[in-house]
Design a protein around this ligand. Structure first.
Ligand SMILES: [Zn+2]
Length: 344
């Protein structure tokens, strides 16, 4: 059997690293033995600190909210009240852990996910993200904002209540900084925008596109590290959510919604992922070459089979992938989201 197209290395232009694909070793097809429908937890859990009306750890009581509910994390990773630290050192540096950490509850229902929610409800969530960004831009203490969702026990989430987190920090986020830098270098050397070139490549190849409308596009990139890794870009040029029009934001949300539904439908399970909204800093500088994108990095290669990070990934920082992006994209392309059955 030929290993052509299943055994090669590809350059990740945004991370500046090689990924080795060896899908020729992984010929066992998924048998579907462990299929399960999305979880059937109760609508309300009196022990959940995110459900409406419940008391949180320091005594605050959640309002009886109807859609999106945002509050400052009771156990913040970064905070304006972090202890003062005398900055010291050049090699062993330290500073105060300043910032704002928030929790965004998507829905009062304890047992739902973004994929199961109706599209207009998910649009409300994305509008809330945009409003948070607008507020953080006005806060001189904040340099960069990461909006992220860890979905599923397999990525370490103990509370299934649908929510994500916002970390607004006073320092540059590492991967955003790297993308800003590679985009600037790409512009200098080619005269082009690196993100637009990636989207153009994907539109030309077509085989890795997962969902698309007039305003946004989702694809498994040519250089994906995880089996079902997906990038979602607005088609117009935006550095963050702040500048998207209502229509563009709704279109971007719709492509996200179709994408996460396809992931759920592919294995008939609530498909875990790490979602991060990659946005330019809000420190007042301009980042003309940066393009906002939503980045989904699901840990599963298939149900029950996680991509563990080990020697090459942890030791060297280079991924060894067991699947080809084209094969995984073909699986998702076959799915018709109109057949989605778990909307509530
Ligand atoms: Zn809950």
């Amino acid at each position: 059997m030929s290993t052509k197209g299943k055994w090669e290395k590809r350059w990740h232009p945004l991370r500046e690293e090689w990924i080795v694909y060896s899908a020729h070793r992984n010929n066992r097809p998924w048998q579907g033995a462990a299929k399960s429908t999305p979880a059937s937890a109760p609508d309300f859990d009196s022990a959940c600190y995110l459900c409406p009306g419940n008391k949180r750890v320091h005594g605050s009581v959640n309002p009886n909210y109807n859609d999106v509910f945002i509050f400052e994390n009771d156990h913040p990773v970064v905070g304006m009240q972090a202890p003062e630290v005398t900055p010291a050192g050049s090699l062993y540096k330290r500073e105060q852990a300043t910032g704002v950490a928030k929790v965004v509850c998507y829905d009062p229902r304890h047992n739902i996910s973004l994929s199961q929610m109706k599209l207009p409800e998910v649009v409300k969530v994305f509008v809330a993200f945009q409003q948070e960004m607008i507020a953080f831009r006005k806060n001189p203490a904040i340099h960069s904002v990461l909006i992220f969702e860890n979905k599923g026990e397999v990525v370490g989430v103990s509370n299934p209540h649908p929510h994500c987190q916002i970390y607004a920090v006073d320092f540059p986020l590492k991967l955003v900084s790297q993308q800003v830098r590679v985009a600037d270098i790409y512009k200098l050397t080619t005269g082009k925008n690196i993100f637009e070139s990636i989207v153009a490549h994907e539109q030309q190849d077509k085989i890795r596109i997962i969902a698309e409308n007039d305003f946004a596009i989702a694809f498994i990139p040519y250089f994906a590290r995880y089996a079902y890794e997906i990038m979602i870009f607005p088609k117009a040029h935006h550095q963050s959510l702040i500048s998207l029009s209502d229509e563009e934001l709704a279109g971007f949300t719709a492509v996200f919604h179709q994408t996460v539904r396809k992931l759920d439908m592919n294995f008939e399970m609530d498909f875990p992922y790490v979602m991060s909204m990659m946005q330019a800093p809000v420190d007042g500088s301009s980042y003309p070459e940066f393009r906002i994108h939503c980045w989904l990095q699901p840990p599963y290669r298939q149900p029950g089979l996680i991509k563990y990070l080990a020697g090459p990934e942890i030791g060297a920082g280079n991924f060894m992938a067991d699947t080809m992006p084209e094969e995984k994209a073909a699986e998702l392309q076959k799915i018709n989201v109109a057949d989605y059955r778990w909307e509530r």
